[in-house]
Design a protein. Structure first.
Length: 160
């Protein structure tokens, strides 16, 4: 966490104000840094010199393709963050000149990218672990006359 009175602390306060305006958002410290979450899960994280990288930044979820576009167009402000960058998240530097309206838009978009609710039919049946339930066996989905012929089972070879 940045110390009060620093530029990083001022940036964090501004990010807090933006995230507080989003529905059902709460802040939770994780890995020594403030993270911003909704009931659908974490959507943003504020980082201050993460593992000595020298950056003060916000990492946030982004739709597929957005990360690549932003980083290619302005690599001085946007970067691929470690750990979550492989999932499409973007890093936005806040230790340089910041377009706060743009950051507010990105955080709003990130907030809306939560995982589907458990009751969502598009999300399928989910167990407590969050994994999808196994699909129904194909035999139940096909009519009897469409089923492939079953092969006889092979017997295990006896061991010598």
């Amino acid at each position: 966490m940045p110390a009060p009175g620093t530029g990083a602390y001022a940036a964090l306060e501004r990010v807090r104000l933006i995230c507080a305006a989003l529905a059902e958002t709460f802040e939770k410290e994780a890995w020594g840094e403030p993270t911003f979450r909704s009931p659908a899960g974490m959507f943003a994280m504020f980082v201050n010199d993460h593992h000595g990288d020298g950056r003060v930044a916000v990492w946030c979820k982004a739709a597929w393709g957005v990360q690549e576009m932003l980083v290619a167009n302005d690599p001085e402000r946007f970067f691929v963050p470690p750990y979550v960058g492989t999932k499409g998240w973007i890093g936005v530097r806040v230790d340089r000149e910041v377009d706060w309206d743009e950051l507010a838009h990105l955080l709003g978009e990130a907030h809306g990218l939560g995982r589907p609710s458990r009751s969502s039919s598009a999300g399928g049946d989910r167990r407590r672990s969050g994994r999808r339930a196994a699909a129904a066996p194909i035999e139940r989905q096909l009519a009897d006359d469409e089923l492939p012929a079953k092969r006889p089972r092979r017997r295990a070879r006896p061991r010598p």
